[in-house]
Write a new protein. Sequence first.
Length: 215
Amino acid sequence: MSARENKSPTTQASSTKVQILENAVPLFAEKGYRDATCAEISKQAKANIAAINYHFGSKENLYRLSLRRAFELADAAYPFHGGLEENAPAKEKLRACMEALIRRNYDLGPAGHLNRMINHQVSRPTAPHNMVMQEITQLQGNYLFNTIQQITGPLPEPLMQSAKMNTIALCIFPSLAPAMQKFLFPASPSPKEIDEIINRQFHFVLAGLKTLKVG
């Protein structure tokens, strides 16, 4: 009896679910929610198309879990917390967040899948927006929000959210604007160039946060 025949139905089902998810992540990253079809995902995973509904319930839920899996891959390579202790200085934590976002942006491998999925949603939103925002907020948005608040002190919610979104934009915007990307890096950026842009963007954000005040 072959190893495949020895597998129990539960083991086979688990294996199929993993294969679907592992193939969905890069396809969603490459094509976005709308253009990465269930048929293509199931074909890549060598699974029946009905297996997506069986294991995930819907394409939307598969996308939700793909975001979480993409975050795991990104965070393993470029930790959003930067390996810092909870009581580390807020400025160090902010720099770690920004460094993770920027490095993921220029990673062409699995660690860059999350940013590419987010970029699709920003440039041409096709996935359920509320679900995407909820997931990203839970995965990394709340931590960034709290870190910024440690620097600025208590501010009105709209102002805090604006500060968070502007910080994120400075990290990921070049990848959404091909002309800017080409201006910044005519060729693929070198490690030194990435270090320089991290440093520039961090100091730019830090200077901006210092100007925030009520009224």
